[in-house]
Design a protein around this ligand. Structure first.
Ligand code: ZN
Length: 416
């Protein structure tokens, strides 16, 4: 059997099918034939209304006589087939066909408005993710043509990556992401590598079926309710930015992860949550998490930070059982930060740079403008000795602290 993709006319086709297979009436009791004033198609009067008890309605397919049904079935529709393998050319054709139908959406505007690193990074990641997103039906082909894959998925993970935490999102926030990201320096490559690594790890948890799909039939095929929370959680856990209830940042070891166990648990959780959200019968095994997750989904808008945090916490709870901790960075008290900043301003000598300057001590400082930390707001507390689980309280002493840029602190001490 041949397969076609619809470039143009999707709505017209679904209207016809909805009419024929009666789907329209289940969605909308008013569904039926209507005469559109300027249309070249004239609908026979007897098809336009039928009387019901309460009011007149357009005639549905099942209301038609079998002769009329046959005429309807045999009506020939003009179709043009396009043989083209090049996605860019198809996209171009789609755009030209739809030029007068659509206004530019926000992502299309962003792409036309901004230049620079963030736009470039979003393009690279979109290319990298697209096939996966399409196969798993997280986005549609039409979404991709209109750059909604970038908007719905890539922008969201970039917001997390640039702030190292779960954040709210809106069109304005995403505009800022592009406006502030014109020059990113080395952090661009770091984010790209980290996001790709998180995605690769995620994919490695779900074995593909014959066609390369990984989680059809689980909650993870829903972008806001499943896939994004999973990707976000993994991203934060493997980059050392998972924040626990005490404000400490924890990094998990993907090399010592029990993937087999996680695969079983996530699969079970994913399938049952999917069913629960559709009010279908669920298996009792993951009951606790499934119920909690359903609550989180119903808790609030998917673009707000707090429902996002709730979802990620549940996924984290499942993952952390099988992913050992690699290191913990304890939260730096604000008193310690101020002390450290002043302490370094007083220092002299090679390591301190010129007198009065606070210099970032991260081995691979990512600041393109140099190692100087110009204000307290730019500075985070790094650690001279790496803090490991069981390292003890000593790791938190002031003498173990060193100044680092916020951005450098996140990448410091990373041994892979
Ligand atoms: Zn730095």
């Amino acid at each position: 059997m041949k397969h076609y993709e619809v470039i143009d006319g999707q709505q017209r086709l679904s209207a016809i099918f909805d009419f024929m297979f009666n789907e329209g009436l289940t969605k909308n009791s008013e569904f039926g034939l209507k005469q559109i004033p300027n249309s070249t198609i004239k609908i026979h009067e007897k098809l336009l209304t039928k009387s019901t008890k309460s009011k007149k309605k357009g005639v549905a397919y099942i209301d038609m006589s079998s002769d009329d049904q046959e005429r309807f079935d045999n009506y020939k529709i003009r179709v043009r087939e396009v043989y083209e393998e090049n996605d860019d050319k198809i996209e171009d054709l789609f755009r030209r066909l739809n030029t007068n139908v659509y206004e530019n959406n926000r992502q299309e505007l962003r792409n036309a408005t901004y230049t620079g690193d963030m736009k470039d990074l979003a393009r690279i990641l979109t290319k990298k993710f697209q096939n996966f997103l399409l196969l798993n039906k997280i986005v549609t082909q039409k979404n991709c043509w209109r750059q909604l894959d970038t908007d719905k998925v890539v922008n969201e993970i970039l917001l997390v990556a640039t702030q190292d935490q779960i954040v709210s999102s809106s069109n304005d926030i995403k505009d800022d992401l592009y406006a502030n990201g014109e020059t990113m320096g080395l952090i661009k490559n770091k984010i790209q590598k980290d996001v790709e690594e998180a995605q690769e790890f995620l994919e490695s948890l779900f074995p593909p079926d014959g066609e390369g799909r990984r989680f059809i039939g689980t909650v993870f095929s829903k972008h806001a309710h499943g896939y994004l929370p999973l990707l976000t959680t993994i991203y934060l856990m493997i980059t050392g930015n998972w924040i626990d209830d005490n404000g400490n940042r924890i990094r998990y070891n993907i090399n010592k992860t029990n993937k087999k166990k996680i695969r079983e648990r996530l699969d079970d959780f994913g399938v049952n949550t999917h069913r629960k959200l559709r009010n279908e019968k669920t298996n009792v095994k993951e009951r606790k998490y499934v119920l909690k997750y359903k609550k989180a989904v119903e808790y609030g808008r998917t673009t707000n930070a707090s429902p996002r945090v709730k979802k990620c916490k549940i996924i984290h709870e499942i993952l952390e059982k099988y992913m050992p901790v690699m290191d913990i960075r304890t939260k730096c008290k604000s008193g310690d930060r101020e002390w450290l900043y002043k302490e370094w301003q007083r220092r002299e000598g090679e390591s301190a740079g010129k007198k009065g300057k606070v210099m970032c001590q991260a081995k691979n400082c990512i600041n393109p403008k140099g190692k100087e930390i110009r204000s307290l707001a730019e500075m985070d507390c790094g650690h001279i000795k790496m803090q490991k689980l069981g390292y003890g309280r000593g790791g938190d002493e002031r003498k173990n602290l060193r100044p680092e840029h916020f951005g450098c602190n996140r990448s410091a001490n990373q041994v892979r």
